[in-house]
Each structure stands twice: as structure tokens, then as C-alpha cells.
Design a protein around this ligand. Structure first.
Ligand code: 13P
Ligand code: ZN
Length: 278
């Protein structure tokens, strides 16, 4: 009881507020209709312990895949079937703070997901992607999935070759090569919510921080909520420009490969191999 009294108010936690603001933004942008989209945000135990008794497990839910590599790790996640539009008004029903159990076979719910809610159905893809991104970057923390409209549109009209897709996006906005110099990953169309799509996504996440799911959406990874949102936002903006360009007619000029290389040099980034023909 004494411990409870000394805890800070969870709804004021910066990580929780980042989740509510980001889900509201994604909804506002039209990239998360109905229950579309999901976010998982890796938290440090000390961050969670400022607000919650980490020994007070509300429920334990089995997981269908092996999360042993993330045993003991804490995440704040969006709930399965929950509408992003509703998160800001009722975070406790739509979000949850979870910890992966020591055997990696279940997750403990420490807060939220009230009324029997469970974490996003895309948790396998999220957790497998976290595992790979943490290997690539120890500061990695966020995985975000959304149904970004123009990127989905491009998966109908553009080649799904990663190199070609990356180059088109780079050419659409000068900033793109600086924001995602490693390029974009693309997996084949697959049934969402499965281990298989999780494995395919995570395999791409070894090299890139954004992976397109054709005719479905995008997965983004980053060290902060802002960085991850910004990555998806930048790719989607490029796709939006592509939509406009295609609607306007034939292309008269574009950013050349040499100009893209000049940008990379000026901003100190290394562009993905094979994209530029120099
Ligand atoms: P969830 O509601 O389970 O998070 O699923 C939404 C989604 O976008 C599936 O790909
Ligand atoms: Zn989806």
C-alpha cells in the first residue's frame, strides 16, 4: 500500500503520453482506420517502476512464439482490435504495459488492456523485429505498423523490387535518402498476424528500419517514437508525391543519381548499394 502511494500517476508517464499522442496523429492522418495499426515501445524497468509495482501482475497471457530472447523486457503496446481513434480518451482500455516471462512463452500484463484485452495480433512481428533491431542498434526501442495510404497504393502500381522501390522514393523528396539511406525492405504478400510474416519482416529488419507489407501497410523501427514516426511519415510523403506525379503525367526531370550521391555525402550517410548507378 505504501509503495502504491509513492508511485507516480501512470497517465502522466511520458511514454504513455507519447503513445496516446502518436496513435491520435496516426488516426488523424488516415493511416489507422478502425483497428488498423499497432505500436510497441520498449521500456526500461526503472521507467516502469516509477509508476507501477512491477511485481503486481494483473494477468498472464500465453504467446504462440518463442520470446525467450526478450525475457524480462517491458513494452507498452496497443491492444488487438482497439481503435487508434479511441486511445487518447481511454488509454487503459486500449494500451497495455507487458513484460515477457522468463521462459519466453507468455507475457505478464502489468497495466491496461482492461476488460480482457490482449496485445496486438501483430505482436510476433513486433517482437521478432525488436530482437533484430536490438542486435543492429542497442538504442532501438520502437516498432510501429500503420496502413499508410500512398505507400499501400504504390504496392499496386510500382514494381515490388526493393531497389527500384527505394530509388523511386528517394527521387520523390530530397530528404528521403538522408532519412532512410539503407533503403526500404519489401516482403511478399502474406497473411498478417502470423509467425511467418513476423519472421519475414524481422529478416528484413536486420538491414533496414522500414518494411513494406504489400497491399497492407508498413512496419517502421526506431530509437524514439519521433524518429520512428518521422521515418514512416517521410516514406509516406514520398509515396504521396509519387501519386501526384503519376496523376500529373509524364516526368520531365528528376533528382539524378549523382545528386542523390551528393546529398548522401553532404549529410554523411551511406546509401544502400546497387540503388545508384554511378
Ligand atoms: P491489431 O488490432 O491486432 O493490432 O491488428 C491491426 C492490424 O493492423 C493488423 O495488421
Ligand atoms: Zn495492419
Amino acid at each position: 500500500m505504501k509503495d502504491l502511494l509513492t508511485k507516480k500517476e501512470i497517465l502522466k508517464a511520458p511514454f504513455l503520453q507519447e503513445m496516446t499522442k502518436t496513435t491520435a496523429n496516426l488516426y488523424r492522418l488516415g493511416w489507422d482506420e478502425r483497428n488498423g495499426g499497432n505500436i510497441s515501445y520498449l521500456l526500461k524497468e526503472e521507467e516502469v517502476a516509477e509508476y507501477l509495482d512491477v511485481n503486481d501482475v494483473k494477468r498472464t497471457v500465453p504467446m504462440m512464439f518463442d520470446g525467450a530472447e526478450l525475457a524480462g523486457k517491458y513494452f507498452i503496446v496497443t491492444g488487438s482490435g482497439k481503435y487508434f481513434k479511441n486511445v487518447i480518451d481511454d488509454p487503459a482500455a486500449n494500451l497495455g504495459i507487458i513484460r515477457i516471462t522468463e521462459d519466453g512463452k507468455s507475457l505478464d500484463i502489468l497495466w491496461g488492456l482492461e476488460e480482457g484485452g490482449v496485445p496486438t495480433s501483430e505482436l510476433p512481428s513486433h517482437l521478432m523485429s525488436h530482437i533484430e533491431r536490438l542486435k543492429a542498434d542497442p538504442n532501438h526501442r520502437v516498432i510501429m505498423h500503420c496502413h499508410a495510404t500512398n505507400l499501400i497504393g504504390m504496392t499496386f502500381t510500382h514494381s515490388l523490387d526493393e531497389v527500384a522501390f527505394t530509388k523511386t522514393l528517394w527521387q520523390m523528396c530530397t530528404e528521403c535518402i538522408v532519412v532512410f539511406p539503407e533503403g526500404i525492405g519489401i516482403i511478399p504478400w502474406m497473411v498478417p498476424g502470423t509467425d511467418s510474416i513476423g519472421k519475414a519482416t524481422a529478416e528484413k529488419m536486420k538491414e533496414v528500419r522500414s518494411v513494406i507489407w504489400p497491399h497492407h501497410g508498413i512496419f517502421g523501427a526506431g530509437t524514439t517514437m519521433d524518429e520512428t514516426f518521422g521515418l514512416i511519415e517521410t516514406a509516406e510523403k514520398a509515396a504521396e508525391v509519387y501519386t501526384v506525379v503519376c496523376a500529373q503525367g509524364s516526368v520531365k526531370q528528376t533528382i539524378t543519381d549523382q545528386q542523390l550521391q551528393d546529398l548522401a555525402d553532404a549529410f554523411g550517410v551511406v546509401p544502400r548499394q546497387e540503388v545508384l548507378n554511378l
